[in-house]
Write a protein that binds this ligand. Structure first.
Ligand code: DAH
Length: 351
């Protein structure tokens, strides 16, 4: 094997390799061209292994030439591959192109449930007065919901006809029928002064109709401090009623009975539709009943160990559905629990 022979073979390997690479039409035929130009059986590889047979003094130069041919073929393959890949990507981009200027699909806009809005509006007013929000369990002990609230064993609310007992008759656990036990739980856990509002779900064995549902929401309020009087109760509720229904409206307290307040009252607000002259909403009474309230019965304060000589308090509680129904003129509170978007979407954005 002479030096000239090998040089010729290397040059031929270069020429034929470049030729095959140039002829490749796509990535697959380029792979084939690569095997032909650089594979183990390619002319270049064979010539390289024959390098051993040339005299050592020529080997270096021929070796360099072999490396150069190898590098050139590799570079040609890489360059060609890059153009195929670019063309492939271009086609793919064309195929998958997205017109970002098209209007998108608008996702449905959710809105806050009218009951949640009512609770928030109520809580906002009282937080503005310095009240805190307290919560309690929906599954409650008779001890808190009946005993502490002055309801003797024969009280009708303690019967399974009115209340959902958990575990059957005589068991001391039930779904709370009102948020009032949270008054006791809150007082038990802290010393006066206490100023809290308590939103939460309650449950009664009521057959659903336009003004009743078995699972509903209430909001409770409780203030206990030194020197609290019925005047404070009235002033606070007037502020609440006016912020909710209108600045000009009058309120009145009607005597009533609740086991846990003494004296007890119901609060009416002047009808915000007819301003007292009588209309359908107020059933021609001129007044709308809003809530129950009163001065906290000292028995509750004693139960939690407060000094009844020093502290007095007032409390109130109301149904959130009724409040929402009044402020949105909803005629049937079952709609509020119906989960019907045709109803719920009407309250988008409204306060
Ligand atoms: N818990 C009473 C009810 O469900 C409402 C109520 C009345 C709450 C008087 C009170 C209150 O805190 O003082 O009818």
């Amino acid at each position: 094997m002479t030096q000239a022979d090998l040089r010729t073979r290397l040059e031929e390997a270069r020429a034929s390799g470049l030729h095959h690479i140039a002829r490749a039409q796509d990535l697959a035929s380029l792979e084939e061209a690569q095997v032909r130009a650089l594979g183990r059986k390619a002319a270049l590889s064979r010539a390289r292994s024959d390098l051993r047979q040339v005299p050592p003094e020529d080997r270096k130069e021929l070796g360099r030439l072999a490396n150069e041919v190898h590098a050139e073929l590799e570079a040609a393959i890489a360059a060609k591959r890059a153009t195929f890949q670019a063309a492939f990507m271009e086609k793919r981009w064309e195929r998958e192109r997205i017109d970002v200027t098209l209007p998108g699909d608008a996702p449905p806009v959710a809105s806050i449930h009218p009951l949640t809005k009512t609770i928030s509006a109520f809580v906002d007013i009282f937080v503005g007065l310095g009240y805190k929000v307290a919560e309690g369990p929906e599954i409650e002990l008779s001890r808190y919901i009946f005993d502490a609230l002055n309801m003797p064993p024969a009280h009708p609310a303690r019967s399974p006809e009115q209340t959902f007992f958990v575990g059957g008759r005589g068991v001391d656990v039930c779904l709370r029928t009102e948020t009032s036990p949270v008054q006791v739980r809150t007082m038990e856990s802290q010393q006066p002064p206490v100023y809290v509002v308590v939103p939460g779900r309650c449950y009664r064995r009521d057959t659903a109709d336009a003004t009743h549902v078995a699972g509903f929401a209430q909001i409770e309020g409780l203030a206990v401090d030194e020197g609290i009087t019925m005047g404070d109760l009235k002033g606070t509720l007037e502020l609440f009623a006016r912020s909710f229904f209108g600045d000009e409206l009058d309120i009145r307290l009607r005597p009533h009975f609740f086991p846990f307040t003494e004296p007890s009252a119901e609060l009416d607000v002047q009808c915000f539709v007819c301003k007292g002259s009588g209309c359908r909403l107020c059933k021609h009474e001129g007044w709308i009943e809003l809530l129950g309230c009163g001065m906290v019965d000292p028995a509750l304060l004693e139960w939690v160990g407060y000094d009844t000589e020093r502290y007095t308090g007032f409390a109130f509680g109301m149904g959130v559905e009724r409040l929402a129904a009044l402020s949105h003129r909803i005629s049937d509170i079952r709609l509020l629990w119906g989960n019907d978007l045709r109803f719920l979407t009407q309250f988008r954005g409204s306060g």
